[in-house]
Ligand binder design. Structure first.
Ligand SMILES: Cc1cc2nc3c(=O)[nH]c(=O)nc-3n(C[C@H](O)[C@H](O)[C@H](O)COP(=O)(O)O)c2cc1C
Length: 457
């Protein structure tokens, strides 16, 4: 059978979150992110395009590495305002039937007991269409606003996240038995009390006796997304994730990443196909190639230099206000996002100056741009999918949601014509649409299902 690809739509509850300054573009609606209609319309577009899910990025702080201040971020709307990612989901679920929703929540700052309840509630309300993008957070401004004196070291963040997941797995998979709830009026029994079990978690970071506050939801554990790029982050993803997200600007870099993730996944005792891999791409579509490149120039002219410098400073942990624009970016071990720095310091094809990196990073967070006619973009999607063995793509935006609309109207039909993309959803829940009908729950070889003394349901 021809390889089938999957699509996700990348967004955030913020104006032009991944293309700095594009809120100024006449086609942008991202400034309406504080209206429900923006979200419901965007969800309907993605569902019309048969996307698996809307991937909602999030940060809980400001980009204030640049000049040691949040001011550039505030002036240029660098993921600021940053509204809550969970709030629009119920409204979007009400106007869609199949689209999944993948909010980002930090395992460094949330509490597992409360987060398990939030996501289980949403999994009920969406009838099994929720994922969770598990992040460990990279901004110092998040730490200091959330009760810490500073950002935890990356190693410790991942150790904490590992135990965090153990706790939520216990709550989601092992607290309530499948047949706990009976709603039996005759015997005055809503749920069999002995089937609503304590989890008695005692660990290094968390003590959670339980039980879980929510009866089992359709998927129990939401689909697990992850996007760590450091070695520790990749091991974490290989152990827990069902979908990993990456950002590259070359096919070679992507191939190396895919081979590495598949190898690490197997080392964790899982099948390579248990983890779907989604590189991010930014489509820039024209009716002719020339029109597409003219459009690219226009979009580039809307990019804010200072806004992008502020974004890149937050992403890499380097204060670029101290840099000359023609200075080369040097590699360091960063406590921020290693992958973002590696893009500009470990490129075998070129050394990047700050000015060049900013030009690249300003659109789609620096990811690869597929520029051309719908046919040319479909060609590249096909080439990348086959050559690198990825499972699909995470579509970034310039202006929102018009980038999604153009992609759905022009590229999706081309992918469908080639037989590499679905024309109907396969299942009801998000996990089924990602892995196949009948797979609503985590597979038995996932660590969530195998937690020692706690019996699996
Ligand atoms: C496509 C993509 C999306 C991401 N979205 C978020 C996000 O919304 N919030 C966040 O805090 N980190 C986000 N990250 C960052 C990572 O998930 C991870 O926390 C970060 O890369 C730091 O860990 P690392 O050094 O292991 O990569 C994203 C990364 C990628 C590649």
């Amino acid at each position: 059978m021809t390889k089938q690809i999957h699509l996700n739509g990348f967004i955030q509850n913020s104006p032009s979150p991944h293309s700095m300054g594009l809120w100024k573009h006449e086609k942008d609606q991202g400034v309406n992110h504080n209206h429900l209609s923006y979200w419901t319309e965007t969800a309907k577009i993605l569902e019309r395009g048969k996307f698996d899910a809307m991937f909602i990025a999030d940060v809980l702080g400001t980009y204030s590495v640049y000049g040691n201040s949040h001011e550039a971020a505030a002036q240029h709307a660098v993921q600021l305002p940053a509204h809550d990612p969970l709030s629009p989901i119920s409204a979007m679920a009400a106007v869609t039937e199949h689209l999944g929703f993948a909010p980002t929540i930090s395992a460094t700052y949330a509490q597992p007991y409360a987060l398990a309840r939030q996501l289980s509630t949403l999994d009920h309300l969406t009838e099994g269409r929720v994922a969770w993008n598990v992040v460990t957070s990279y901004l110092e401004s998040e730490a200091v606003n959330l009760g810490l004196s500073g950002r935890l070291p990356k190693e410790l963040r991942y150790d904490r996240a590992d135990e965090f997941l153990e706790v939520v797995y216990k709550l989601w998979e092992h607290s309530w038995k499948d047949d706990a709830v009976v709603y039996d009026r005759e015997t005055d029994t809503f749920a069999h009390p002995e089937k609503v079990r304590l989890i008695k978690h005692e660990g290094e970071f968390f003590n959670v006796p339980g039980p879980h506050l929510v009866e089992p939801s359709p998927q129990r554990t939401p689909v697990l997304f992850q996007a760590g790029a450091s070695p520790k982050g990749r091991n974490f993803a290989a152990k827990h994730a069902e979908a990993v997200f990456t950002k590259n600007h070359s096919l070679d870099a992507l191939k190396a990443y895919v081979a590495d993730i598949r190898k690490r996944t197997q080392e964790q005792g899982r099948y390579p196909e248990d983890v779907l891999i989604f590189p991010m791409i930014l489509p820039i579509i024209g009716s002719t190639e020339e029109e597409a490149y003219t459009k690219y120039e226009d979009l580039t002219n809307h990019v804010s230099y200072e806004g992008t410098a502020s974004l890149l400073s937050g992403h890499t942990g380097i204060d670029f206000s101290q840099y000359d624009p023609d200075q080369y970016i040097e590699n360091i071990e960063t406590e921020a996002v290693q992958g973002n720095l590696d893009m500009y310091t470990k490129d075998p094809n070129k050394k990047w100056t700050l000015r060049e990196a900013i030009k690249n990073h300003g659109l789609g967070n620096g990811t690869v741009k597929f520029i051309g006619t719908p046919e040319q973009i479909a060609d590249r999607i096909e080439e990348w999918a086959i050559e690198s063995d990825v499972d699909g793509f995470n579509i970034a935006q310039t202006y929102s949601p018009e980038t999604f609309r153009e992609f759905v109207d022009f590229v999706v039909p081309e992918l469908q014509k080639r037989g590499i993309y679905r024309t109907e959803y396969e299942g009801k829940t998000l996990r089924e649409n990602m892995f196949g009908k009948g797979r609503t729950h985590l597979p038995r070889n996932h660590p969530a299902r195998n937690l020692g003394s706690l019996q699996s349901n």
